[in-house]
Design a protein around this ligand. Structure first.
Ligand SMILES: Nc1nc2c(ncn2[C@@H]2O[C@H](COP(=O)(O)OP(=O)(O)OP(=O)(O)O)[C@@H](O)[C@H]2O)c(=O)[nH]1
Ligand SMILES: [Mg+2]
Length: 226
Protein backbone atom coordinates (compact mmCIF):
# COMPACT_ATOMS: atom_id res chain seq x y z
CA UNK A 1 0.00 0.00 0.00
CA UNK A 2 1.27 3.49 -0.79
CA UNK A 3 2.44 5.65 2.06
CA UNK A 4 2.08 9.38 2.13
CA UNK A 5 5.39 11.28 2.09
CA UNK A 6 5.83 14.82 3.25
CA UNK A 7 7.94 17.02 1.00
CA UNK A 8 7.43 20.13 2.98
CA UNK A 9 10.92 20.19 4.53
CA UNK A 10 12.82 19.90 1.28
CA UNK A 11 13.96 22.80 -0.85
CA UNK A 12 13.24 22.45 -4.53
CA UNK A 13 15.75 24.36 -6.65
CA UNK A 14 14.32 25.53 -9.94
CA UNK A 15 16.84 26.74 -12.52
CA UNK A 16 15.44 28.87 -15.32
CA UNK A 17 17.10 28.31 -18.68
CA UNK A 18 16.38 29.41 -22.22
CA UNK A 19 17.07 31.91 -24.94
CA UNK A 20 17.23 35.61 -24.44
CA UNK A 21 13.75 36.99 -23.99
CA UNK A 22 12.12 33.57 -23.67
CA UNK A 23 10.39 34.66 -20.47
CA UNK A 24 12.72 33.16 -17.85
CA UNK A 25 12.63 36.04 -15.38
CA UNK A 26 8.92 36.50 -15.63
CA UNK A 27 8.33 32.79 -15.24
CA UNK A 28 10.45 32.95 -12.10
CA UNK A 29 8.26 35.74 -10.80
CA UNK A 30 5.10 33.79 -11.58
CA UNK A 31 6.43 30.82 -9.64
CA UNK A 32 7.54 33.00 -6.73
CA UNK A 33 4.22 34.85 -6.72
CA UNK A 34 5.94 38.22 -7.04
CA UNK A 35 6.13 40.83 -9.76
CA UNK A 36 9.44 42.12 -8.54
CA UNK A 37 11.66 39.18 -7.63
CA UNK A 38 13.51 39.24 -10.95
CA UNK A 39 13.75 42.20 -13.28
CA UNK A 40 12.22 41.40 -16.62
CA UNK A 41 11.62 43.04 -19.97
CA UNK A 42 13.26 43.31 -23.34
CA UNK A 43 15.20 46.39 -22.23
CA UNK A 44 16.86 44.52 -19.35
CA UNK A 45 20.08 42.84 -20.35
CA UNK A 46 20.59 40.15 -17.78
CA UNK A 47 24.18 38.99 -17.68
CA UNK A 48 24.32 37.40 -14.27
CA UNK A 49 22.79 34.69 -12.18
CA UNK A 50 20.32 35.53 -9.42
CA UNK A 51 18.49 33.55 -6.79
CA UNK A 52 15.24 34.23 -4.96
CA UNK A 53 13.52 32.08 -2.39
CA UNK A 54 9.91 31.71 -1.35
CA UNK A 55 7.52 29.26 0.20
CA UNK A 56 4.63 28.56 -2.12
CA UNK A 57 1.77 26.23 -1.33
CA UNK A 58 3.73 24.89 1.58
CA UNK A 59 6.80 24.11 -0.54
CA UNK A 60 10.18 25.77 -0.07
CA UNK A 61 11.48 26.96 -3.40
CA UNK A 62 14.73 28.49 -4.60
CA UNK A 63 14.44 29.93 -8.06
CA UNK A 64 17.62 30.63 -10.01
CA UNK A 65 17.43 33.06 -12.90
CA UNK A 66 20.15 32.83 -15.53
CA UNK A 67 21.40 35.11 -18.29
CA UNK A 68 19.67 34.75 -21.64
CA UNK A 69 21.76 32.61 -23.96
CA UNK A 70 21.37 31.92 -27.60
CA UNK A 71 24.23 29.43 -27.37
CA UNK A 72 25.21 27.31 -24.43
CA UNK A 73 28.86 26.44 -24.71
CA UNK A 74 31.21 24.60 -22.32
CA UNK A 75 32.30 27.77 -20.53
CA UNK A 76 28.67 28.60 -19.79
CA UNK A 77 28.08 25.14 -18.43
CA UNK A 78 31.05 25.60 -16.08
CA UNK A 79 29.58 28.87 -14.78
CA UNK A 80 26.15 27.32 -14.40
CA UNK A 81 27.46 24.27 -12.54
CA UNK A 82 29.56 26.46 -10.27
CA UNK A 83 26.61 28.67 -9.40
CA UNK A 84 24.33 25.72 -8.81
CA UNK A 85 26.85 23.90 -6.66
CA UNK A 86 27.33 27.00 -4.51
CA UNK A 87 23.64 27.72 -4.17
CA UNK A 88 21.74 24.52 -4.55
CA UNK A 89 23.36 21.18 -4.88
CA UNK A 90 20.27 19.04 -4.25
CA UNK A 91 16.87 18.75 -5.83
CA UNK A 92 17.81 20.72 -8.90
CA UNK A 93 15.20 20.92 -11.62
CA UNK A 94 15.64 22.84 -14.86
CA UNK A 95 12.80 24.90 -16.27
CA UNK A 96 13.50 25.34 -19.94
CA UNK A 97 11.59 28.40 -21.15
CA UNK A 98 10.53 28.57 -24.77
CA UNK A 99 8.38 31.30 -26.23
CA UNK A 100 5.45 29.54 -27.91
CA UNK A 101 5.86 29.63 -31.66
CA UNK A 102 9.63 29.94 -31.35
CA UNK A 103 10.42 26.24 -31.14
CA UNK A 104 12.66 26.56 -34.17
CA UNK A 105 15.83 24.92 -35.37
CA UNK A 106 17.79 27.50 -33.34
CA UNK A 107 15.92 26.38 -30.25
CA UNK A 108 16.67 22.75 -31.03
CA UNK A 109 20.38 23.53 -31.33
CA UNK A 110 20.34 25.29 -27.94
CA UNK A 111 18.56 22.33 -26.32
CA UNK A 112 21.08 19.91 -27.82
CA UNK A 113 23.82 22.06 -26.28
CA UNK A 114 22.16 21.88 -22.85
CA UNK A 115 21.90 18.11 -23.16
CA UNK A 116 25.48 17.85 -24.28
CA UNK A 117 27.09 20.17 -21.75
CA UNK A 118 24.87 19.68 -18.71
CA UNK A 119 24.67 15.96 -19.39
CA UNK A 120 22.15 13.13 -19.10
CA UNK A 121 20.96 14.60 -15.89
CA UNK A 122 19.52 17.49 -17.84
CA UNK A 123 17.04 15.29 -19.71
CA UNK A 124 15.87 13.68 -16.50
CA UNK A 125 15.44 16.92 -14.63
CA UNK A 126 13.86 19.26 -17.13
CA UNK A 127 10.38 20.63 -17.54
CA UNK A 128 9.67 22.69 -20.64
CA UNK A 129 7.74 25.89 -19.98
CA UNK A 130 6.06 27.35 -23.05
CA UNK A 131 5.62 31.03 -22.27
CA UNK A 132 3.55 33.72 -24.00
CA UNK A 133 0.43 31.55 -24.07
CA UNK A 134 -1.73 34.69 -24.21
CA UNK A 135 -0.05 35.92 -27.40
CA UNK A 136 -0.45 32.53 -29.04
CA UNK A 137 -4.13 32.39 -28.12
CA UNK A 138 -4.81 35.87 -29.46
CA UNK A 139 -2.92 35.12 -32.70
CA UNK A 140 -5.04 31.99 -33.17
CA UNK A 141 -8.21 33.94 -32.49
CA UNK A 142 -7.21 36.65 -34.96
CA UNK A 143 -6.92 33.83 -37.49
CA UNK A 144 -10.44 32.59 -36.78
CA UNK A 145 -9.64 29.77 -34.34
CA UNK A 146 -11.92 30.78 -31.51
CA UNK A 147 -10.94 28.16 -28.96
CA UNK A 148 -7.35 27.20 -29.65
CA UNK A 149 -6.08 24.17 -27.79
CA UNK A 150 -2.48 24.06 -26.73
CA UNK A 151 -2.24 20.38 -27.69
CA UNK A 152 -2.94 21.45 -31.29
CA UNK A 153 0.19 23.58 -31.14
CA UNK A 154 2.18 20.56 -29.96
CA UNK A 155 0.74 18.59 -32.89
CA UNK A 156 2.13 21.17 -35.33
CA UNK A 157 5.71 20.84 -34.09
CA UNK A 158 8.34 19.42 -36.35
CA UNK A 159 9.68 15.93 -35.85
CA UNK A 160 12.96 17.21 -34.37
CA UNK A 161 11.15 19.33 -31.79
CA UNK A 162 8.85 16.46 -30.82
CA UNK A 163 11.92 14.25 -30.53
CA UNK A 164 13.42 16.70 -28.06
CA UNK A 165 10.21 16.92 -26.04
CA UNK A 166 10.22 13.13 -25.92
CA UNK A 167 13.66 13.23 -24.37
CA UNK A 168 11.99 15.11 -21.52
CA UNK A 169 9.23 12.49 -21.40
CA UNK A 170 6.82 15.11 -22.76
CA UNK A 171 6.99 17.15 -19.57
CA UNK A 172 5.76 20.56 -20.61
CA UNK A 173 3.45 23.26 -19.41
CA UNK A 174 2.09 26.34 -21.13
CA UNK A 175 2.00 29.61 -19.27
CA UNK A 176 0.71 33.15 -19.57
CA UNK A 177 3.00 35.17 -17.36
CA UNK A 178 0.90 38.29 -17.73
CA UNK A 179 -2.06 36.70 -16.04
CA UNK A 180 -2.43 37.17 -12.34
CA UNK A 181 -3.69 34.11 -10.53
CA UNK A 182 -1.56 31.39 -12.05
CA UNK A 183 -1.81 29.30 -8.89
CA UNK A 184 -2.96 26.09 -10.52
CA UNK A 185 -0.16 26.19 -13.09
CA UNK A 186 2.41 26.94 -10.38
CA UNK A 187 1.13 23.96 -8.42
CA UNK A 188 1.52 21.80 -11.51
CA UNK A 189 5.11 22.95 -11.97
CA UNK A 190 5.92 22.25 -8.32
CA UNK A 191 4.19 18.90 -8.56
CA UNK A 192 6.22 17.86 -11.60
CA UNK A 193 9.41 19.13 -9.99
CA UNK A 194 8.73 17.22 -6.78
CA UNK A 195 8.13 14.02 -8.68
CA UNK A 196 11.36 14.45 -10.59
CA UNK A 197 13.40 15.03 -7.47
CA UNK A 198 12.11 11.71 -6.18
CA UNK A 199 13.05 9.86 -9.33
CA UNK A 200 16.75 10.48 -9.59
CA UNK A 201 17.46 7.21 -11.32
CA UNK A 202 14.22 5.43 -12.11
CA UNK A 203 12.18 7.89 -14.06
CA UNK A 204 8.65 7.60 -15.26
CA UNK A 205 6.86 10.24 -17.26
CA UNK A 206 5.16 13.06 -15.40
CA UNK A 207 3.07 14.83 -17.98
CA UNK A 208 1.17 18.05 -17.89
CA UNK A 209 -2.10 16.15 -18.04
CA UNK A 210 -1.16 13.77 -15.27
CA UNK A 211 -0.22 16.63 -12.95
CA UNK A 212 -3.36 18.53 -13.84
CA UNK A 213 -5.43 15.55 -12.77
CA UNK A 214 -3.34 15.09 -9.69
CA UNK A 215 -3.66 18.70 -8.61
CA UNK A 216 -7.38 18.54 -9.25
CA UNK A 217 -7.88 15.45 -7.19
CA UNK A 218 -5.42 16.59 -4.50
CA UNK A 219 -5.13 12.98 -3.56
CA UNK A 220 -1.81 11.82 -4.87
CA UNK A 221 1.23 11.28 -2.76
CA UNK A 222 3.40 14.11 -3.96
CA UNK A 223 0.84 16.74 -4.77
CA UNK A 224 -0.81 17.14 -1.48
CA UNK A 225 -1.28 20.90 -1.80
CA UNK A 226 -3.15 22.65 0.92
N1 LIG B 1 2.49 38.44 -23.27
C1 LIG B 1 3.41 37.81 -22.57
N2 LIG B 1 4.61 38.37 -22.40
C2 LIG B 1 5.52 37.69 -21.67
C3 LIG B 1 5.26 36.43 -21.11
N3 LIG B 1 6.38 36.02 -20.47
C4 LIG B 1 7.29 37.00 -20.62
N4 LIG B 1 6.77 38.02 -21.35
C5 LIG B 1 7.44 39.23 -21.80
O1 LIG B 1 8.55 38.85 -22.61
C6 LIG B 1 9.62 39.75 -22.40
C7 LIG B 1 10.85 38.97 -21.97
O2 LIG B 1 10.58 38.40 -20.70
P1 LIG B 1 11.72 38.14 -19.65
O3 LIG B 1 11.12 37.40 -18.51
O4 LIG B 1 12.47 39.37 -19.36
O5 LIG B 1 12.63 37.15 -20.53
P2 LIG B 1 14.06 36.57 -20.14
O6 LIG B 1 14.12 35.22 -20.74
O7 LIG B 1 14.28 36.67 -18.68
O8 LIG B 1 15.01 37.56 -20.92
P3 LIG B 1 16.63 37.69 -20.74
O9 LIG B 1 16.92 37.78 -19.28
O10 LIG B 1 16.97 38.93 -21.50
O11 LIG B 1 17.19 36.48 -21.38
C8 LIG B 1 9.15 40.76 -21.38
O12 LIG B 1 8.68 41.91 -22.05
C9 LIG B 1 8.02 40.05 -20.66
O13 LIG B 1 7.05 40.93 -20.13
C10 LIG B 1 3.97 35.84 -21.32
O14 LIG B 1 3.65 34.72 -20.89
N5 LIG B 1 3.09 36.58 -22.05
MG1 LIG C 1 15.79 37.65 -17.64
Amino acid sequence: MATSISFSDQIINLVLLGRKGSGKSRTGNTILGSKEAFKFGYQIENKSYAIERATRFDRHLSVIDTPGMNNFLPEESVKLRRYISEMADENVIYLLCIKIGRFTEQENILIEQYIRYIGQDFEKRTIVIFTHLDEWISDCQDQGILEPKFEDFIATLEKNSIGLLEKFDMRYISLNNRKSGNDEIVKQIICMAEELTQQSSVLRPVTHHQCELEVESRSILCCNFM
